[in-house]
Design a protein around this ligand. Structure first.
Ligand code: PMP
Length: 353
């Protein structure tokens, strides 16, 4: 606290990212990073960019990457907005595309950055309870609002809402922007980008941090009607003209030019997810069906906090949220096969088996 702080700073409740401990040989299953590295072509592209050109600013519009993403997703480049991670894209969406005098609807259990952005931009947050089985009920999104946002698959539950139901939420709110945060969509979901040319109020947000193995590069994007994209560009150019540096632009383009690597790496995560989920179920865990690169699991006889602590003592880090409804759960990122084995082998002793 300091007398130099603005009133806003006093009020903020910042997001707390999952920890990034600097301990060797840690089995790190706490921040939903990809267990395998990015495509070798990404590394080559970044290395090729390392040189004298770094004295020059990057392309402020990221045109080549926007064209790459546009052709990959079958839209026009003017329908693509780039940001420094999808967190930055989300921040601009909150500031520029939600009605600030009405409450923003999002699931009570979802990405914990949403209420933080509400605080930053003075938007009233209206969390909408998920059902008992942790599902989104589309009927709950037919109430007056200043906008709607939800992750699909949801985080930290991993549960996926079929596209027909996403579409119902979009149709129910023609005068409001509905944002589908698809950070985890490539691990088994279908993208709502297929719908953006039918609905001018639908905006889809994705990231290269998860299925493209590039959390360290900080690249995210949104796709929607060009009027929505123009709003985001107006905010960006009033904030930071160069959110993506030269290395990020080069690496991101290369990531989309190696479809074979992407396909193989995401399939490896999907099959490990299923193995991890059945291993946990065999140990007595309740495991929610996941279409993400993590599973959300609780045990009827052991608390989430105690299990997370017990695993940590064995060098295995998972995420626990000390929050109502989800306190019994662990969110476990799908790791490499040896890491998932380490977790499955450490649990029986903790469970007293
Ligand atoms: N949305 C969701 C649902 C997430 O879990 C995350 C990752 N923490 C993000 C967005 C942001 O990802 P990034 O900024 O790395 O693109």
């Amino acid at each position: 606290m300091s007398r130099f702080w603005s009133p806003l700073v006093h009020e903020l409740k910042p997001y707390v990212p999952g920890e990034q401990p600097k301990i060797a040989n840690l089995v790190k299953l706490n921040t939903n990073e990809h267990p395998f590295g990015p495509s070798p072509r990404v590394i080559e592209a970044i290395q090729a960019e390392l040189g004298d050109n770094l004295r020059l600013y990057p392309d402020p519009t990221g045109e080549r990457l926007r064209k790459t993403l546009a052709s990959y997703h079958g839209v026009a480049p003017e329908q693509v907005f780039l940001g420094n991670g999808s967190d930055e894209v989300l921040a601009h969406i909150f500031q520029g595309l939600f009605q600030h005098d009405q409450p923003l609807l999002f699931p009570d259990i979802s990405y914990s950055f949403y209420p933080v952005y509400c605080g930053l931009y003075g938007i009233e947050a209206r969390p909408v309870p998920l059902t008992e089985s942790f599902e989104i009920d589309v009927a709950d999104y037919r109430q007056p609002n200043g906008g709607v946002i939800f992750p699909n698959p949801n985080a930290p539950t991993g549960r996926y809402l079929p596209l027909t139901q996403v579409e119902e939420i979009v149709q129910a709110n023609p005068e409001r922007v509905v944002v589908v945060d698809e950070a985890y969509v490539d691990f088994g979901g279908q993208t709502a980008i297929a719908l953006v040319n039918r609905y001018d109020n639908l905006l889809v947000c994705q990231t290269l941090s998860k299925a493209r193995s590039l959390a360290g590069l900080r690249v995210g994007f949104a796709i929607g009607h060009r009027d929505l994209i123009e709003a985001l560009e107006r905010i960006k150019d009033s904030f930071n003209s160069y959110p993506l540096d030269r290395l990020a632009l080069a690496g991101a383009i290369a990531a989309y030019e190696d479809e074979a690597y992407f396909e193989q790496a995401r399939q490896a995560v999907i099959s490990e997810r299923e193995r991890l989920a059945s291993g946990l179920a065999e140990l007595g865990f309740r495991v929610l069906p996941s279409k993400a690169n993590f599973v959300f699991a609780s045990h009827p006889e052991h608390g989430g906090q105690a299990l997370a602590q017990g695993l940590r003592e064995q060098g295995i880090i998972v995420r626990h949220f000390a929050k109502p409804r989800i306190d019994p759960f662990l969110r476990i990122t799908v790791g490499r096969p040896d890491q998932n084995d380490a977790l499955l082998n450490a649990l029986p002793a903790l469970l007293g088996r």
